[in-house]
Design a protein around this ligand. Sequence first.
Ligand code: GTP
Ligand code: SPV
Ligand code: MN
Length: 619
Amino acid sequence: MHDPLVRSAIFTCSFSTWKVREDSKLWTSCSSLMQFIEEAINLCTPEEVQFCDGSEEEYQHLCERLVKKGTFIPLDSVKRPGSYLCRSDPSDVARVEECTFICSRLQEDAGPTNNWKDPEEMKVLLLKLFAGCMQGRTLYVVPFCMGSLGSSFSLVGVEITDSPYVVCSMHIMTRMGISALQHIQSNFIPCLHSVGKPLQPGEKDVLWPCNQEHRYIVHFPEERSIWSFGSGYGGNALLGKKSMALRIASVLAKEQGWLAEHMLLIGITNPEGKKKYFAGAFPSQCGKTNLALLCPSLPGWKVECVGDDIAWIRKGKDGCLYAVNPESGFFGVAPGTSYASNKYAMQTISHDTIFTNVALTQDHDVWWEGLTKTPPIGLIDWKGGAYHTGQPAAHPNARFTVKVEQCPILDTHFKDPEGIPLSGILFGGRRASMVPLVYEAFSWSHGVLIGACLSSETTSAAAGHVGKVRHDPFAMLPFCGYHMGDYFAHWLRMGHDSQTMPPIFCVNWFRKDGEGNFLWPGFGDNIRVLKWIFERTEERGPAVSSPIGYLPAPGSLDLTGLSIAEDELFALTLSEWQQEIRECREYFALFGEKMPKELLQELDHLEKRIYESSSTASK
Ligand code: GTP
Ligand code: SPV
Ligand code: MN
């Protein structure tokens, strides 16, 4: 028998389009789900409960509710049909890494790169925060599926949240509602989320409730559950994304022999019609969405998008790697996106899109830095005030949330549960110096070293300092749910038993000249680098060996029509590399006994190659 409170919530909910009566069997047949809901209701004491069915009607109804409240501003129905602007609280604009925890039973299992607290202590703390936290609000129950519905590789979660903005976003970013519920059986990942702002009787709600004082994004990898408190923004609150599809999934992946990665997935077709798929790991705000939606500047080449942020990769029977994108939407960075830089991204967001923290134009359309050269007159900034030159119009981490189906270059295999076969893996970061435009690893283990050594300038995707170079191994620093040393070992293991692993490349679109200008035009011109990579995987792209890996042979990178300082893009300053290696060795010392010896040997080999070439050069 369920708690009387739950029964009353189920059967007397005031929400008019609530479908639970017809679907009640589906909801109640899973006793672990009913127990989760019951406990959440008892703990959080909401005023209302809504079981979300994932229908279009429900989405529209929630949007209307948010418009009525003032949280959503409808955009012009001709210029941007079906779209809304939402402004978050200025204190809640990005992922909060210092408040993100991996609460494994042993601290050793979370490793030195994750915040950790004893799971029982953390539960005590969370239970206090969640007690009564949904007072005066609606508790939404959101079943969702990461991956194709019905695929044995998919993961089902149930997010309980008090944020209708989160529910709307989950509608876009995941397969959610009844269709996900049908695949629950008894196995789902419970995700409890609250903005952490209970309403006292009669208290008027703010437009973006959140809790600035107490913020926690907590993962219990053994229990496989997620608790998030105090933030309503992005990865802090849409728990299917970074929390489930990366942090929890990475733990499952290690146990089950697959990979859950922070990667985009694209298909590239050459002018002869040959198609190959590639995955690319880049830290937050380092170009995944833009590469995933690339509009090639070279004639005859075509890029199609499978995913822009997360890839789950498995070994097929043939020993090759196959990848799926578990998401169903893009949560993309708005600033910098324009018809000039990324036509397909612009087409994708031309309608039915939620924009968060962008600027509003006089005619009720959106604007952000980089959309046009100069801001339009009468602009309202992301905080809702008049725009002043010199102040940001959009927040640098302003985002669009949109269904993948709206993408004009969506790959036909994007839903294929078997995944797409990978012909190559790219790693890239934001590095103003030292790292050349592109190079290729000598072997799988050398490639794993490149991933492990990845460093990048910090960006506004996470709260804190921007522009500081930090280690971000495999672009997974904030997303790996276990010990990073074990993660490196897992990557090495994936490549050990076969010669079927794809080659690994490193790219850097962000190298700068002495005046601080990017040396490489980037965006659509990145196809030139992809072309070289594509041809390398055909064994016909010419390359030269260097101490750090294979570089494009002179003339083999297609720079037709560009006037570019190629030498600067590829210049190797060996003393800088020696410094980088010392840095990496120090970093790897963090991982103690768990640091794979094989990677340390790879680092020694790299150092030796650099030393030898610098001594030859000085002869
Ligand atoms: P997350 O969604 O945070 O994971 O970011 P992302 O990796 O998808 O990065 P995204 O493609 O959104 O790009 C982030 C920022 O980098 C945007 O402001 C882009 O305009 C800019 N950017 C992307 N690609 C390039 C490029 O090739 N060259 C340059 N100079 N900037 C780029
Ligand atoms: C990132 O920070 O890598 C993002 C945004 O993609 S969020 O979903 O907020 O994590
Ligand atoms: Mn992105």
